[in-house]
Design a protein around this ligand. Structure first.
Ligand SMILES: Nc1ncnc2c1ncn2[C@@H]1O[C@H](COP(=O)(O)OP(=O)(O)O)[C@@H](O)[C@H]1O
Ligand SMILES: [Mg+2]
Length: 242
């Protein structure tokens, strides 16, 4: 479904993503692990189209999207739930969801928003509340809900569990499993290695922009040396001590 080959991202003197090969088959949950600065966000931003890769190819369902805009990629069926959620805090919950529908011209947005409110009863209750009044966990659900409005076949998520309470982390991973059972493929960047490897079927480990390991999730989960070598302190939130 998604075929990434030889992808490179360079910012000035920083070579953030180095010749990355990665694939997601239809129906899979694939996770990308790596310490802070490993290049995970740069990789997702290049797949989304927000960053122009300096080399390589992004092919989605047989179409070469490498030089397509983010909007074109969303329209093709791949969406990103960005790091830090990036919801519009000055808008209501409902307006945020409508933003996810801006590419839709098929007149069925209302029906799909209904399905999203069914999936997220918390958001339905707060439909006309300001998004800024939501808890961190609810904001993450809103960011995911907004992505789902575009009716994607592949959802990419950048550290969705970061900063969430244990209860919301459980709900989040439960939701990812549910979406996957509904036929949505998932590319999940996480620092919560344990949870990510539980929900995923395969995983990649990035170090300094390179894929250093690639295996089934079960094999990666058994590989404790991995967690220490590449993911050092992997569960600590980036904001710890700040
Ligand atoms: N916009 C940018 N400009 C310059 N350097 C960047 C930019 N974004 C990220 N980097 C650098 O690229 C490397 C990879 O960062 P990033 O992709 O954010 O990693 P991760 O998401 O794994 O923490 C880091 O060295 C980071 O400092
Ligand atoms: Mg990141």
């Amino acid at each position: 479904m998604l075929e990434v080959s030889n992808l490179d991202v360079v910012y000035g003197r920083t070579h953030a993503v180095k010749s990355v090969d990665l694939r997601v088959e239809s129906g899979e949950i694939v996770t990308v692990l790596g310490a802070n600065g490993a290049g995970k966000t740069s990789l997702l931003r290049a797949l989304h189209g927000a960053v122009k890769p300096t080399g390589g190819k992004v092919v989605f369902e047989g179409r070469n999207l490498t030089s397509q805009s983010p909007a074109a990629r969303v329209a093709s069926g791949m969406v990103l739930v960005p790091e830090g959620r990036q919801i519009f805090v000055s808008m209501t919950v409902h307006e945020n969801l409508l933003m996810g529908a801006y590419l839709r011209r098929d007149g069925k947005e209302a029906r799909d928003l209904g399905a999203i409110y069914d999936r997220f009863p918390n958001l339905a209750e707060r439909k006309y509340a300001s998004a800024s009044s939501l808890s961190g966990g609810e904001q993450q659900m809103l960011a995911i809900g907004r992505a789902l409005v575009a009716r994607p076949r592949l959802v990419m998520l950048d550290e969705p569990s970061l900063g969430l309470s244990p209860l919301f982390v459980e709900r989040l991973f439960g939701l990812l499993g549910e979406l996957n059972r509904d036929g949505i493929s998932i590319l999940l960047v996480e620092q919560n290695t344990t949870m990510a490897l539980e929900v995923a079927s395969r995983g990649y480990v990035l170090e300094l922009g390179k894929v250093v390991l690639e295996d089934t999730a079960a094999a990666l989960a058994r590989n404790t040396a991995l967690t220490e070598a590449y993911l050092g302190g992997g569960h600590m939130p980036e904001t710890a001590g700040a």
